[in-house]
Ligand binder design. Sequence first.
Ligand SMILES: C[S@@+](CC[C@H](N)C(=O)[O-])C[C@H]1O[C@@H](n2cnc3c(N)ncnc32)[C@H](O)[C@@H]1O
Length: 267
Amino acid sequence: MSDQRGKKGGPRASSGAAGKPSGKKVGKKTMGTRFISRTMTEKVKTAKGRKGSSTKWLQRQLNDPYVAEAQVRGYRSRAAFKLLELDEKFLILKPGKRIVDLGAAPGGWTQVIVERVNPSKTTDKGNANQIVALDINEMEEIPGAKILLQDFLDPEAPELLKAAMGGQADVVLSDMAAPATGHPATDHMRIMGLCEVALDFAEEVLAPGGMFLAKVLQGGTENELLTRMKKSFKTVKHAKPPASRSDSAESYVIAQGFRGTDKDTKA
Ligand SMILES: C[S@@+](CC[C@H](N)C(=O)[O-])C[C@H]1O[C@@H](n2cnc3c(N)ncnc32)[C@H](O)[C@@H]1O
């Protein structure tokens, strides 16, 4: 068990409207999913009182095809496309699976999970808690998912999650990220700390054959963590989905084929 639990990871989230995707499929082909690509660049006039950095952020948002497509499809965040692209490649979200979504706010990933896992139509584990989403920040309800407002680093978090799930998980996802400090070493340490605690949890709750996917920073997963993952899972890979900004150091580690715990092998 890592010693990261109990250390605080800071919040970061925004909210937006939920809804159904438009189903519009045009433009550039990415990891198997097609999105609109815009060619016209919108310029933002520098407003009085607005910092240069926020003007830059606004300009990037206005010219980001993923932001535009997220609005069209009713996704709460452009991050939704990262999961869609990862799912195209690694076949993560199948109907009937029990899934935990850590660092879920504002809810783009949770929306994608609900769409693909379709919890209301499954019979074996068909209840609202088949999909459990957790964040330190509040997020609006998403029908089909149980949402927990909780700091994952709080020692109570695993028990609250287990109680909400009511059974072993097939997939544990973590898109958790503490707000960037601008100090690369600190940011790296914080994100890897969250990844390590998420792995502790995944090893505790995954059913044999299960999958763990977590956000990491460039340089990939640290050796110690990678060695641990390779022991617990049959395959461990890294991927940077096209929706992940090229100037961002983030990527994802995908560990598949959980070997199970002693408890599972004795059962
Ligand atoms: C990149 S955002 C997630 C975006 C989300 N996957 C989506 O699709 O909308 C990272 C999230 O991690 C959450 N987070 C960071 N530290 C956390 C912690 N200790 N416990 C729970 N959530 C945390 C932040 O509040 C933030 O909402």
